[in-house]
Design a protein around this ligand. Sequence first.
Ligand SMILES: C[S@@+](CC[C@H](N)C(=O)[O-])C[C@H]1O[C@@H](n2cnc3c(N)ncnc32)[C@H](O)[C@@H]1O
Length: 295
Amino acid sequence: MDIILKGQKPILDLPYFGRQSRFFEFFDKCITPLMSKNGIYAETNSGSNSNIFMFAKKGYKVIANDISLYSNSIAKAVMSNDKPTDIMLDGSYLDKYKKSYLDRASLFAGLIDIYGYNPQIPDHFDNKLDKTIIKYREHLKSVSEQGIRAYKIYNEDLFTYLKKLQEEHINVDVMFMDFAWPWRDGTKTDEYDTTANVFSKIINSDSKSVQIWDKNNVIKNVIQAINEAKKVSKYVLLSNQSSNYPTPEILEVALLKHGIKYEERHTMLTDAEYEDNLGKETFFREYLYVIKGNI
Ligand SMILES: C[S@@+](CC[C@H](N)C(=O)[O-])C[C@H]1O[C@@H](n2cnc3c(N)ncnc32)[C@H](O)[C@@H]1O
């Protein structure tokens, strides 16, 4: 499939770097034929959770995972009834946003809305920030009230997550993987450093530091992730973008050299606008590789 579609606003609509909402209709067309009636749809890097929410709303069992506390807070806020067990208050103005996943996700969304992916969190209370947080809280609450629940939600490094699925004997129809790909020049995506590392420190001072992939480790990690994902999946769907390193050509050679043959390669082409933030191209292409798993 090679198509151009106009993107739509997703139902679950929070600011999240790398959110793929413009491709959701395309993903739906590629993924739904691979799903069995009561099948499980899973992701390794759920990010905004907007895609996974779409599949949950369609009636599939879904499994979310992401290392970032922001992503995990969104998933828990809208697709679970869980309460955090790691509440650490320190007397700062941020304490009032730490007590539920709804508050945490709204706080992080508000910080991004006002301050972008700036690793400096303001040390004073700000009315504008508070109002923005309330706006996101209302949105998340209304999505949560739709009663759509995930089958499972993890907050792990993706290799630990894939191992856990094996240990728990959980097999899925589709494992969708949209990694924190480095930029085309090979540098890591700093925005995920903010959402994974800086944001977790606000909530939990003991949080482990997450290493975001760069040119030196990305290909090795991608091959390893595909091989691990195949063990628990009927299909592994690898999502890559023209603005990333490795480029599709480099990635495809690496896949072939490692004996990974994809059954299909779907693509969707669109105007670059904000997606290609290297500002080098006027286009942006999404690549979706369908790889048969071992299940
Ligand atoms: C490109 S974004 C995913 C965006 C998602 N497809 C969406 O539409 O919102 C990549 C995600 O990978 C997460 N991530 C980075 N390193 C990770 C790791 N080692 N394990 C699991 N998730 C990781 C980041 O926190 C980020 O949310």
